[in-house]
Every structure is written in C-alpha cells, then in structure tokens.
Design a protein around this ligand. Structure first.
Ligand SMILES: Cc1cc2nc3c(=O)[nH]c(=O)nc-3n(C[C@H](O)[C@H](O)[C@H](O)COP(=O)(O)O)c2cc1C
Ligand code: SF4
Ligand code: SF4
Length: 264
C-alpha cells in the first residue's frame, strides 16, 4: 500500500495529541501520551489546510506540498475589537473616485493578504483579474451595458452610459474580478469572502471600494465581460469590486437595521 507521506517525527513529538483533535478530517489517531498514528485510509482526504503542523508545538509534522519554510510566523499583535469595529463600520461603498489609479504594488499587497481568506475545503481555486485604468474599465462597463442593452429596466443606465457617464463602474480607475472554474459550486461564497476581506484591507489603506454587482451579473448572463478581459468559457466571474482613491470622507456611520438573532 502506498503511504501518504504525512510524517510525524517521533523524536520531536511530545504526545499532546493536538493534531489528533485539530485535524478537520481525522487523519491522526491516538490519545495524550502516545505517538499519533497517521490513518493511511483517511490520508487521501487531507485538504492541506496545515492546521496540524501550524498548531504542533514541537514542529514535528510534515505535510507533503506544504514546505516548512512556507509557514509564516504568527503576529503577536492583533487589532483590538475597537479597531476592528472602526474598520468594519467605517467601510462604505464608494462611488466617487479620483482619477489617479491605485499603485499596483499596493493592490498586490492587498491581494497577498486576501489569499489567506477561507475557501471551502481549502480549495483555493479563485484567481483575480485586474481591469487596470480608466480606458479598460470603460471597455468593461461597455461590455456590461451591451449585455443589458435590450433590457427595458436598464434603459436609464444605458442612456446615461451613452451620454458618457459610467453608472456601472462609477468611474473607478480599477476593477477587480474574482474568477474561478465555471463548475466550482462554492465559487460565489469564496469570492464574497475574498471581496469582503479585500474591502477591509483597502479601507485600512485609505482606499475606496464598491461591489460591482452589474458587472458580476453581466458576466454571468452573457459572454461580453469574459471576452473583454480575456477569460475563456471555463472561467467564471464570481464577483467583482471597484477600486480607487475616494473623493469624499464620511463623517458618520449611517444607521442599519438592528441585529436579529434567534438563539435556539
Ligand atoms: C464556503 C465555505 C464552507 C466551509 N465549510 C466547512 C465545513 O462544512 N466544515 C469545516 O470544518 N470547515 C468548513 N470550511 C472551512 C474551510 O475548510 C477552511 O476555510 C479551509 O480549510 C482553510 O482553513 P483556514 O480557514 O483555517 O485558513 C468552509 C469554508 C468556506 C469558505
Ligand atoms: S501536535 Fe505535534 S507534538 Fe502534539 S501529538 Fe501531534 S505531532 Fe506530537
Ligand atoms: S493538513 Fe489539515 S487535513 Fe491535512 S493532516 Fe493536517 S490538519 Fe489534517
């Protein structure tokens, strides 16, 4: 029988059974005081989440495909609840952008953070497309407008666009598309998580964002958006977000509906 190559270094293991408890798919067998055993029948279910080795206090576990050098040190400073509250409540959907595009290095840095967001079964199947610069964003908005041109409800938007405004992507200098395999059924959720986190990272950097729902919908009902950004038929745009430097600062947090919580 071939083995999984998931390894525990017996010389390092302190037998606290953390890996036994923490592995989401139950690959380690044993209890406190004994050296855990890798259940080879379960090992093919490993989702490469790295939880076992990230939590192991003695660095005794190796998982194929997850190089020891690629684990990063956990920061000892975390934002306190008040800082997080300010960030989440201070985020707004920005619809007025300065012309100046966001520095590509900064976008890259924000996306590097976002790639640590959760994905269903740790699949990490999403990839991003940056629609970069006013000219290309206008082309993207034109593809959206063309998709909806025959839809009567969209007539005011079509007319506004034809007059030179951009009611689709609001004159943002950049738009990010979150894409993945067309058949990936968790794609919309994974993409929503990625964008929600990206928005907070952008806000923390003084940038403005807004969900691009019309662009997302157009990509899902017609081929024009995919064609505009060079995506093939096997790729799906699961979500999209406008990005830029905001023109206005907000002075207050607007009210929202009260929390509804049922405890059962
Ligand atoms: C849409 C979605 C559904 C998920 N469903 C489950 C689940 O049913 N059970 C579970 O243990 N983890 C679930 N997860 C957690 C993922 O397995 C986890 O995010 C992934 O393994 C990466 O680990 P991390 O979140 O610690 O980075 C889900 C995550 C997402 C985004
Ligand atoms: S978490 Fe590490 S130290 Fe603890 S039992 Fe597992 S391998 Fe051994
Ligand atoms: S990487 Fe995740 S799924 Fe794989 S053995 Fe470790 S904890 Fe279990």
């Amino acid at each position: 029988m071939s083995t999984s190559a998931i390894k525990i270094d017996a010389k390092l293991c302190c037998k606290d059974a953390i890996c036994v408890s923490i592995c989401p798919v139950g690959i380690f067998q044993g209890s406190v005081g004994s050296l855990p055993v890798v259940d080879e029948n379960m090992a093919s279910n490993c989702i490469k989440c790295g939880h076992c080795s990230a939590a192991c206090p003695t660095d005794a576990i190796s998982i194929p495909g997850l190089a020891a050098a690629d684990y990063q040190k956990l920061s000892t400073t975390m934002p306190d609840l008040q800082s997080l509250r300010d960030l989440v409540m201070g985020r707004r959907s920005i619809r007025e952008f300065k012309e100046q595009p966001v520095d590509l290095e900064l976008i890259n840095e924000l996306l590097e953070i976002t790639r640590f967001c959760p994905t269903a079964k740790n699949t990490q199947l999403l990839h991003w497309v940056l629609v970069n610069g006013a000219k290309k964003v206008r082309e993207l908005s034109a593809a959206v407008i063309d998709t909806f041109r025959s839809n009567e409800k969209m007539a005011p938007m079509v007319q506004a666009f034809d007059r030179g405004a951009d009611p689709i992507n609001r004159g943002a200098p950049q738009v990010l598309l979150v894409c993945g395999p067309v058949k990936y059924d968790w794609g919309a959720l994974d993409a929503a998580i990625a964008i929600a986190n990206f928005e907070l990272a952008a806000k923390a950097s003084g940038l403005g964002t807004c969900w691009a729902g019309f662009t997302t919908r157009a990509a899902q009902v017609g081929p024009a958006v995919n064609a505009c950004v060079g995506l093939g038929v096997n790729d799906k745009v699961f979500a999209a977000v406008m990005l830029g430097h905001p023109v206005y600062e907000y002075c207050r947090v607007p009210p929202r509906k009260p929390l509804e919580l049922k405890i059962v």
